[in-house]
Design a protein around this ligand. Structure first.
Ligand code: PEP
Ligand code: MN
Length: 264
């Protein structure tokens, strides 16, 4: 179903009145995690001021250590919804456990993110396949393109064709940066699938100063959008502080992308 052999033209995924996969590159900005109402209000303001229509933020966090901040859970969804609604932003947030799906629907989460660690959680994929919300399917950190496409089939097979692929960097022998942003997968996916492809340069590089260059490379290679971590005060971020752009850096990035493609 996700293959171009099945559907020749590019599919546009509509998130309310925002189109992903159309003529404009959509940038989804926001913090790694939902921390406080103040932090989310402030983030929603700067993300919206920079021109974004979509905002990211995790309420359920897949942390490597069980002893670090795990997210604010349902309370986080509430804070996120409230902050985003004030600025008419659509929200993107990660679902780790199918048991939380009803809660996600209750808060009217606009786009469900499936994280890198869940790409092959087939039962979770089947559950989001049963609803018709747009889903961002991140690439497993060691997944091949064909495994990734098959993971998307699990969602599509249930009837939900609103899938957006997200490259977020893969594991290699290199340790100088968090992951290797696989630019090559962008043209490959655009050839193999009719669905939109976005890129997360933040989790790829792992350092804020790398993010603008990676973001520009992704857009130049044909990405339909970006997922970028930005925080009102990166030094104080509870999660992924090193890779978050501050509001000024985020605004500058948005400006520099305009020279490459039509960016929202
Ligand atoms: C995230 O985007 O918040 C995240 C946890 O990313 P990934 O699944 O790519 O590690
Ligand atoms: Mn993060």
């Amino acid at each position: 179903i996700v293959s171009r052999e099945w559907h020749r033209d590019n599919s546009i995924i509509n998130v309310g009145d925002v189109a992903i996969g159309g003529d404009q590159v959509q940038v989804i900005g926001g913090p790694c995690s939902v921390e406080t109402q103040e932090q989310m209000d402030s983030a929603a303001q700067h993300v919206s001021d920079a021109g974004c229509r979509l905002m990211r933020g995790g309420a359920f966090k897949p942390r490597t250590s069980p002893y670090t901040f795990q997210g604010n859970g349902e309370e986080g969804l509430k804070m996120f919804r409230k902050a985003a609604d004030k600025h008419n932003l659509r929200i993107v947030t990660e679902l780790m456990d199918a048991r939380m799906l009803d809660t996600f629907l209750e808060y009217d989460v606009d786009v469900i993110q499936i994280g890198t660690r869940s790409m092959q959680n087939f039962e979770l994929l089947k559950e989001v396949g049963r609803i018709n919300k747009p889903v961002i399917l991140k690439r497993g950190m060691s997944a091949t393109v064909s495994e990734w496409l098959m993971a998307a089939e699990y969602i599509a097979a249930g009837g939900n064709h609103n899938i957006i692929f997200c490259e977020r960097g893969i594991r290699t022998f290199e340790t100088a940066y968090r992951n290797v942003m696989d630019v090559t997968c962008i043209p490959v996916l655009k050839k193999e699938t009719h669905l939109p492809v976005i890129v997360d340069p933040s989790h790829a590089g792992g350092k804020a100063w790398m993010v603008p260059a990676l973001a520009r490379a992704a857009v130049a290679a044909g990405a339909d959008g970006l997922l970028v971590e930005t925080h009102p005060n990166p030094c104080e971020a509870w999660c992924d502080a090193d890779q978050a752009l501050n509001p000024e850096e985020f605004r500058d990035l948005m400006g520099s992308l305009q020279g490459i493609a039509a960016v929202i």
